[in-house]
Design a protein around this ligand. Structure first.
Ligand code: IYR
Length: 328
């Protein structure tokens, strides 16, 4: 797979395509980053952007993981002390998950976000941005219903992180896109380049196929799940045998989260996937590419129960190093 394919595979959006092409032409020494609010335990949502960082490392990029402690604090995720503690645990889990340690720089937000220059640049961005724009940027990120001043500062700090970390690409889930668009608009006002960004898709809730999977609501998979936890969550997952025939009772279209997890988590990390089946049901199936598995599920050749069995097995392999590390 060439650098451009590695960089863009499974991305929901890149901004802009021309900028990504230029980076793909010469990835050596370029740097990409994702920021994570340290809260709770590493889960499948974090793992999706981590997969993209692994792709970027393979393409020749260097990687920064921002453990955004100040952002977590501004987003009401606990005391500074608790957040710091979680950040340390997350760092170890990212390495266990498969980020190349020799090529990953972990940075705590508070290591640079409290410096004088950063603070003054932040105030300059505050002057450039309306409250309404900041609020819109935070629509899919902020916790809690009422808008606090801290949530208006948050996206401006996220924008400023990009030049301060000296990165060439900002990576995030689609819920981060409005912050990155804000960054493109406001950073030139302080003589900084508009940043290039790459967004990963949002995966539906495992249990219902609706909305997006997160640690706070619905069913998710975390780096602390036991094999039994994974098996039972995957077993109960929404997985219609064919493409959703009709939008459901409430008119909200559903995705197939089992297929999504195969596409965005399993195939990027394994060369091939074997679905084990007893001989009497046709024997094992081996897939080199996601599309073939999807086609078989939709044609009925592959039964959802067999697909789920394989999914639990591969998820368990991805998560086992994190679980083991936790036990140490
Ligand atoms: N907004 C992210 C956390 C975050 C991301 C980046 I990229 C930053 O520079 C700072 C914070 C979240 O929702 O987890």
């Amino acid at each position: 797979m060439d650098a451009h394919e590695l960089i863009t595979r499974n991305a929901a959006e890149v901004v802009t395509e021309e900028e990504i092409e230029a980076l793909a032409d010469d990835p050596e020494g370029k740097r990409a980053y994702v920021g994570y609010e340290p809260s709770g335990v590493l889960h499948i949502g974090h793992m999706l952007t981590a997969n993209k960082l692994i792709d970027l490392q393979e393409a020749g990029f260097e990687v920064t993981v921002l453990l955004a402690d100040v952002h977590a604090y501004l987003n009401d995720k606990g005391s500074f002390e608790e957040i710091r503690h979680t950040a340390e645990r997350m760092r170890d889990q990212f390495i266990a998950y498969g980020l190349d340690e020799s090529n990953t720089q972990f940075v705590l937000g508070s290591d640079f976000q409290l410096d004088d220059d950063y603070t003054l640049d932040l105030h300059a961005l505050e002057l450039e941005t309306t409250l309404a724009r900041a609020e819109r940027a935070m629509a899919e990120i902020s916790s809690g219903d009422s808008v606090k001043v801290s949530q208006a500062v948050y996206p401006l700090m996220q924008a400023l992180d990009i030049p301060y970390l000296g990165v060439d690409i900002a990576v995030g889930g689609m819920e981060q896109r409005k912050v990155h668009m804000l960054a493109r608009d406001v950073l030139p006002s302080i003589d900084r380049e508009p940043p290039t960004s790459l967004h990963t898709p949002l995966i539906a809730d495992l249990g219902t196929g609706r909305g997006k999977m997160s640690s706070s609501e619905g069913v998710t998979i975390s780096m602390e799940d036991s094999r039994e936890d994974i098996e039972s969550k995957v077993n109960d997952a929404y997985c219609p045998p064919t493409a959703d025939p009709d939008p459901t009772d409430d008119g909200v279209e559903r995705d197939n989260p089992v297929l999504q997890v195969f596409e965005y988590h399993v195939f990027p990390r394994f060369d091939a996937v074997t679905v084990e089946r007893p001989e009497e049901y046709g024997g094992n199936l081996k897939y080199d590419a996601y599309d073939d598995l999807e086609a078989d599920l939709e044609s009925g050749e592959l039964h959802p129960a067999d697909a789920k069995g394989a999914l639990a097995e591969y998820l368990d392999r991805l998560i086992a190093p994190g679980r083991q590390q936790l036990a140490e």
